[in-house]
Design a protein around this ligand. Structure first.
Ligand code: N2P
Length: 381
């Protein structure tokens, strides 16, 4: 079944994941490849929601005979909480590079990869590997998966109706200018429930460094959110996909591929809703998500089999097509659908790429202060 298209199932999966249900250890370890062929042929994957194609998991199970337990999350914090609690039971997880995978590697939460088991490694884009070098020196732990941006998804007709046909839709002002947001509040503005994304976008809109520390960044972002809080319908990191597609909301701070999936869902449903994605002119955060094997993975050998599966161009290209994200697999690019390759929301033009900012690992006390401030921003207190 495709978890990517079934929010109710996804929720169930989250609940099951919370109970740690359904996972049994076997004897497999990366040091013992033969063990991958024995014992329970299982693999426990914890991935972002809406992040594989409909048939990806079934295809892997059919080809390898390994049974997959597939759970989903919609924030790095959920993944991190599981990893830090220990014994998550997961064999493959997909953290964003900064600061998450970076601090997980420092905390020895991931196994070094056995490259001998990953002959497809050479398919990866050297530029993406280089961009991860500071996070994962020597690219020892992370297999880069997809990368993208956090920008604005919107309902073309509803926004135009409220702002006028000539109003340029190219700025974070849709969310952060109280005069603009006030006009859109009635049709619904959604914001990611993620302090890195929330602070990042607010600081970029203010013309400040999203990684800035010690210059009153938290206060400035909180003040900005305070002005538009009455117009924000909710903070959530995945609900906006269906809501945009159904016309339930008209603006969302969102991940590029998720917004484009909303666009595709609307057009498949032929419901007359047109969804578009824009990387604001002020700039946006860029992120890179990777696959990694937790140190205590019960089926680590099977995890390597799955990572090698993902490294195959014939596997990753259809995933890219379905989820509307750019993969880190250079060899797969010619196989990716032309409409995806030519979509500037997926492969931005060089001048847009130049405006993207990588989040950085902030000092611990700053991260904690942001988390606290984010809670009050959301509650409007
Ligand atoms: C997948 C969202 C992944 C992007 N639905 C956030 N890193």
């Amino acid at each position: 079944m495709p978890p990517a298209r079934l929010p109710a199932l996804a929720l169930l999966a989250l609940a099951l994941a919370a109970c740690g249900g359904g996972k049994a250890p076997d004897a497999a370890s990366p040091a013992d490849p033969a063990a991958a062929q024995q014992g329970p042929r299982q693999l426990n994957i914890y991935n972002w929601s809406d992040y594989v194609a409909e048939d990806t998991i079934a295809r892997f199970e059919k080809e390898t005979g390994i049974k997959v337990v597939y759970d989903v999350y919609d924030s790095n914090e959920m993944l991190e909480a599981k990893l830090l609690a220990g014994s998550s039971g997961y064999d493959v997880v997909f953290p964003s590079a900064r600061p998450f995978a970076q601090r997980h590697i420092l905390a020895n939460l991931y196994l070094p990869l056995d490259r001998a088991k990953l002959p497809g490694w050479g398919n990866l884009d050297p530029a993406v590997l280089a961009a991860l070098e500071d996070v994962d020196p020597g690219n020892r732990h992370l297999v880069p998966y997809m990368w993208g941006t956090t920008g604005i998804g919107y309902n073309v007709a509803k926004v135009r109706e409220r702002l006028g046909a000539d109003f340029p839709i190219d700025s974070w002002n849709l969310i952060f200018d109280p005069a603009v947001a006030a006009k859109l509040g009635d049709c619904g503005i959604a914001v990611l429930d993620d302090e890195q994304e929330g602070f990042g976008a607010a600081l970029i809109y203010l013309g400040r460094d999203p990684n800035g520390v010690g210059g009153g960044e938290i206060e400035a972002a909180a003040e900005l959110f305070g002005k538009v809080r009455p117009f924000i319908r909710y903070f959530h990191s995945s609900k906006y996909i269906d809501d945009l597609a159904n016309g339930e909301i008209c603006v969302a701070m969102g991940y590029n591929g998720d917004v484009l999936q909303a666009r595709d869902r609307a057009s498949e449903a032929a419901n007359g809703v047109e969804v578009a994605y824009v990387i604001p002119k002020e700039g946006a955060l860029r992120w890179i998500d990777s696959a990694a094997i937790p140190t205590d993975a019960p089926h680590a050998a099977n995890a390597l089999v799955f990572l090698e599966f993902l490294l195959r161009p014939d596997v990753i290209a259809p995933i890219s097509d379905y989820v509307s994200y750019a993969s880190a697999n250079l060899a797969a690019k010619p196989l990716v659908d032309e409409s995806v390759r030519n979509d500037p929301g997926i492969y931005p033009a060089p001048e847009v790429l130049a405006r993207l900012v990588d989040p950085k690992k902030l000092p611990e006390n700053e991260s904690r202060a942001r988390v606290r401030a984010w809670t009050s921003i959301k509650s409007g207190s």
